[in-house]
Design a binder for this molecule. Structure first.
Ligand code: V47
Length: 448
């Protein structure tokens, strides 16, 4: 009987406890609490305090307060498919267990026919999004990528294509032979780089690209970069790709890979660089920045970018923005950094909460259940995250706890996880618009 009652209350949703006045156990958190309540930007020094305090519960509770201010009692998920078109990669990043070299037995490259078949299956299952990424393939021509998007669009015109990380975009600029003179740090190289990136993104957008995923950011620190992912683009180029995407009206996401050889300070610098880039994009969207150039969304009553974007005149210049940060805990298994332990559970919670508190201008923080695991992701919904990602189905980049490439949750499981955490599950599309559906048929709420 008690179990039945429990099951019933979980399926109907137990309201999460209302925010309680916080009894801080560490006085060093007091000035930070005041800033958070007023929606003021935290400094890197504040971030250090949040990482150092033993009062982790207050850190999680403050992040929960911000998350509730922005999203109330709603938690998002989507119905999506991840597709890796190839694992062949010219790079050999130490943290990565995904890449293969041409000729290796584990190497694969999907042809356009295969990808089209996956898109049809995705539509038949009711998915709204396909998340497409791969390695830096040394031989595929630029036309492979545009053909891939066009052929998906032909069979699945309503499927949002979130595709290609920033490092892939730069690789495509190289194989499209538009990257000449774009590699240095002088002004002419910087201009050439923006033009090359703009060319590639415009071609891809024309072929059906809907937004950029957040992958490949890793940690924006040159020392860590050179030790763990040398050969990948550095932070300045990663940020340029996303800025040009925003200029073209494409939204994008950002990731932060943590728990390997970076320090907590490196994470804070990473978050600070992202929020400064977002200041710029939100100003272009129409927000008025403060005197120091900052734009925060956490001041009570501030409209979220989705609402601001929906009110812009039809003929306004395009303006995209970062939608979400996805903190990615490092999984050492199978990588060259296998001797490292990876982050602990507490470090995962704390990092996500600190990200919510520092990134005052990112509307969303995603607890990617594939890497965080669903049990941890549920608690993260109560400590800063408002989104779990989606049903996924196939995922080949990490195999947490020995998982196979088939990593799938169905909608009832996501609903139950969200309700059990005290929130209302809301299906979203890639751009965080609410989705309504009848079975496999879906539409954006309010669009009909
Ligand atoms: O860029 C690679 C990371 C990322 C490991 O935009 C690893 O909505 C942990 O970017 N341990 C790909 N992480 C995943 C990604 C992503 C996922 C979900 C949603 C979105 C989004 C983006 O995975 C890579 C890299 O940073 N990664 N190896 C590893 N051993």
């Amino acid at each position: 009987m008690m179990i039945e009652t429990l099951e019933r209350s979980i399926s109907q949703g137990i309201p999460a406890p209302a925010a309680q006045p916080l009894n801080l156990r560490d006085a060093a958190l007091e000035p930070i609490r005041s800033k958070v309540e007023r929606g003021e930007r935290l400094t890197i020094e504040d971030g250090r305090v949040l990482f150092a305090t033993r009062d982790i519960h207050s850190v999680l509770a403050m992040a929960d307060g911000v998350r509730r201010r922005l999203h109330g009692d709603v938690a998002y998920y989507n119905i999506n498919r991840h597709l890796n078109y190839s694992n062949v990669c010219a790079l050999s990043c130490k943290f990565c267990d995904f890449y293969a070299k041409v000729g290796e037995s584990k190497a694969y490259t999907r042809d356009v026919e295969y990808i089209r078949g996956e898109a049809i299956k995705a539509v038949e299952s009711g998915a709204t999004e396909m998340h497409i990424v791969g390695g830096l393939h040394p031989q595929l021509p630029f036309s492979y990528y545009t053909d891939m998007l066009r052929s998906i669009r032909t069979v699945a015109p309503g499927l949002h294509l979130k595709a290609f990380t920033a490092v892939e975009i730069v690789h495509l600029a190289k194989i499209a032979k538009v990257y000449k003179g774009a590699s240095g740090s002088d002004d002419s190289a910087i201009t050439a780089r923006r033009e090359a990136i703009r060319y590639v993104l415009s071609e891809l957008k024309d072929a059906g690209l809907g937004s950029l995923p957040g992958g490949g950011a890793e940690v924006f620190d040159d020392r860590v970069h050179d030790q763990a992912f040398k050969g990948k683009i550095r932070s300045d180029v990663w940020l340029t790709v996303h800025d040009v995407a925003h200029e073209l009206g494409l939204n994008s996401n950002a990731t932060m890979l943590y728990g390997h050889i970076e320090s907590r300070d490196d994470r804070l610098v990473h978050l600070d660089m992202l929020r400064r880039a977002q200041d710029h994009s939100l100003t272009r969207l129409g927000y008025t920045p403060s005197a120091d150039g900052s734009v925060t969304l956490t001041k009570p009553g501030t409209e979220l970018p989705l609402q601001v974007a929906s009110k812009r005149p039809k003929d306004a210049a395009p303006a995209g923005y970062f939608q979400t940060l996805i903190p990615l805990p490092f999984f050492p298994d199978g990588s060259e950094l296998e001797k490292l332990a990876g982050p602990s559970g507490l470090e995962n919670y704390r990092t996500l909460a600190v990200a919510r508190l520092m990134l005052d201008n990112f509307p969303h923080i995603k607890a990617f259940w594939i890497m965080q695991t669903l049990p941890l992701a549920q608690v993260m919904l109560q400590s800063g995250a408002d989104d779990l990602d989606g049903t996924v189905v196939w995922y080949d980049i990490t195999h947490v706890g020995g998982a196979s490439t088939h990593q799938e949750v169905n909608v009832p499981v996501l609903h139950k996880a969200i309700r059990e955490a005290g929130f209302k599950p809301v299906e979203r599309d890639t751009l965080y618009r609410r989705v309504e559906r009848e079975g496999k048929k879906w539409w954006i709420a309010g669009s009909r």
